[in-house]
Design a protein around this ligand. Structure first.
Ligand code: FAD
Ligand code: NAI
Length: 477
């Protein structure tokens, strides 16, 4: 191809998987290009994918704004702080979120320049093979053809719709719509009590919406440790988040100004609920549309995920796939780690991602976080284990903060004391979980954590005490 540009690596997709893979590849001296098609309202490129544009970052911005509002409304009085005339300007909150997103978009563009990653704004598609190089077409305002020996597919995921109920982002909202509701709905319905449902439900509940979450499964947060899930259910109920478990959605009717959901409840009774808006958050599907994957025979599984081995190799030579478009948890940090590992493999290095220590965080308040195995998993696997828990109500810093809900819990192997899992529900669980990840990575025992000096007074002392509790020797309970 006469006018094609040659690279060592072409990354298709500039989300957390793709952009991090591109930076790491460039750091390792590989001539690297990244193609991404996300476009801002002003027509400019918006690097960062789902995570930056309509996922991790904007959701955390709204969660923080509404948390502040909720604290000002309910939490400050005990400190002696009286506020009258408290109000929320939703427009300003959304503008702040948009500014944070834009800063992150621009930050990634800066990182590309710094690391000399060539960026192409447009859609990337397989165009064929030229010797041992892949040809990739860039479709967009500035069409181009790139060639590279190595290709990393990092095209991410898209929201899953309810069959027959299209997202219009006016009444029926996907994650993008849920993050951009222009005013507080009086009645907000949410289908799916997963991570998006709980985070977005919390945002709008804190601002005064009547939120009803309809969940198909009979238990809340089935993947979390059930002690944590039980505590979460109690706290969400206290916050006025109505969660209905075990439902079957029969019909969704979209009206001019409302949405009607007909469902069957867990007792088999038919129910009808009317909402001003409805968030549908029932999981995500891998996104490969527009990639021309079939033209080169890129193999996908029955659910549409690009098939990869443990090292993210696809069925095609030197074509890798990472992040949400492949198996495993749909998490930004999982995508990033796979991206780094693949870049290092291409550069001839040994790389490894430990899928056993990928932390999960749900950014409700209090936050929920875990790493490793839950008690119910260990029971199922027939592993003999011990547990230790410590409540924040007995932690001095938590009392000073006025945040005493929740606990830290360890599960450790009964014979070796090796930590098998850490589970937290409480203030800043998202930050505290890193200690559990680190401990597990280094093969620590609960005694190791219990013997580490933790600063006083900190929330992390609850972690130490939970580790002590495994051996039934807490000091402060
Ligand atoms: P993506 O981020 O989806 O990026 C893929 C990119 O590729 C996109 O920019 C897309 O437009 C582009 N693309 C696709 N096809 C092509 C093509 N053919 N050519 C060019 N470009 C293409 N995870 C967390 O870890 N923490 C969180 O707090 C968190 N919060 C979330 C909140 C919400 C509301 C949602 C929806 C998700 C959240 N996630 C969170 C999940 C996280 O966003 C994803 O796991 C992560 O974005 C996956 O990264 P990725 O690089 O695989 O794909
Ligand atoms: P999810 O998989 O977390 O939850 C979907 C929920 O919907 C499940 O509880 C499921 O049982 C339920 N469900 C499925 N079909 C249903 C139906 N027909 N009727 C009623 N309920 C139904 O998916 P979610 O919340 O859409 O998020 C997608 C992904 O994005 C997550 O899996 C996660 O990987 C990622 N994410 C991560 C966040 C974080 O790390 N804090 C935040 C938000 C999303």
């Amino acid at each position: 191809m006469a006018d094609s540009q040659a690279f060592d690596v072409v990354v298709i997709g500039g989300g957390p998987g793709g952009y991090v893979a591109a930076i790491r590849a460039a750091q390792l001296g590989l001539a690297t290009a990244c193609i991404d098609d996300w476009t801002r309202d002003d027509g400019k490129a918006a690097l960062g994918g789902t995570c930056t544009n309509v996922g991790c970052i904007p959701s955390k911005a709204l969660l923080q704004s509404t948390e502040n509002y909720a604290h000002a409304g309910h939490g400050f009085a005990e400190h002696g702080i009286e506020i009258s005339g408290l109000s929320m300007d939703v427009g300003r909150m959304l503008a702040r979120k948009a500014a944070i997103v834009a800063r992150n978009n621009d930050g990634i563009a800066y990182l590309f320049r710094k690391n000399e990653v060539a960026f192409f704004h447009g859609r990337g598609a397989f165009a064929g093979r030229d010797g041992d190089a892949w040809q990739i077409r860039v479709e967009g305002a500035k069409p181009a053809t790139l060639t590279a020996r190595n290709v990393i597919v990092a095209t991410g995921s898209a929201p899953r719709a309810l069959p027959g109920v299209a997202f219009d982002n006016v009444r029926v909202l996907d994650n993008a719509g849920a993050l951009a509701i222009p005013d507080v709905p009086k009645r907000l319905g949410v289908i799916g009590a997963g991570v998006v449902g709980l985070e977005m439900g919390s945002v709008w509940r804190r601002l005064g919406a009547d939120v009803v979450v309809l969940e198909a499964l009979p238990v809340l947060l089935g993947a979390a440790d059930q002690a944590v899930a039980k505590e979460a259910a109690k706290l969400f109920a206290k916050q006025g988040l109505a969660i209905v478990l075990g439902v079957h959605i029969d019909k969704v009717t979209v009206g001019r100004s409302d949405v009607t959901v007909d469902y069957t409840d867990r007792d088999g009774a038919r129910q009808t609920a009317k909402f001003d808006r409805l968030i549908v958050s029932i999981g995500r599907v891998p996104h490969t549309a527009g990639l021309d994957a079939d033209a080169v025979g890129l193999k996908r599984d029955a659910r549409g995920f690009v098939e990869v081995d443990d090292e993210c190799r696809t069925n095609l030579p030197n074509v890798y796939a990472i992040g949400d478009v492949v198996r495993g948890p749909m998490l930004a940090h999982k995508a990033e780690e796979e991206g780094v590992a693949v870049a290092e493999r291409i550069a001839g290095q040994q790389a490894h991602v430990d899928f056993n220590t990928i932390p999960w965080v749900i950014y409700t308040w209090p936050e929920i976080a875990w790493v490793g195995k839950t008690e119910q998993q260990l029971k199922q696997e027939g592993v003999d284990y011990r547990t230790g828990s410590f409540p924040y109500s007995a932690n001095g810093r938590a009392r000073a903060l006025g945040e005493t809900s929740g606990f830290v819990k360890f599960v450790a192997d009964a014979a070796t004391d090796r930590i098998l899992g850490m589970h937290v529900i409480g203030p800043w669980a998202s930050e505290l979980i890193a200690e559990g990840v680190m401990a597990m990575e280094f093969g620590a025992s609960s005694e190791d954590v219990a013997r580490i000096v933790h600063a006083h007074p900190t929330l992390s002392e609850a972690t130490k005490e939970a580790a002590l509790a495994v051996d039934k020797r807490t000091l402060n309970l």
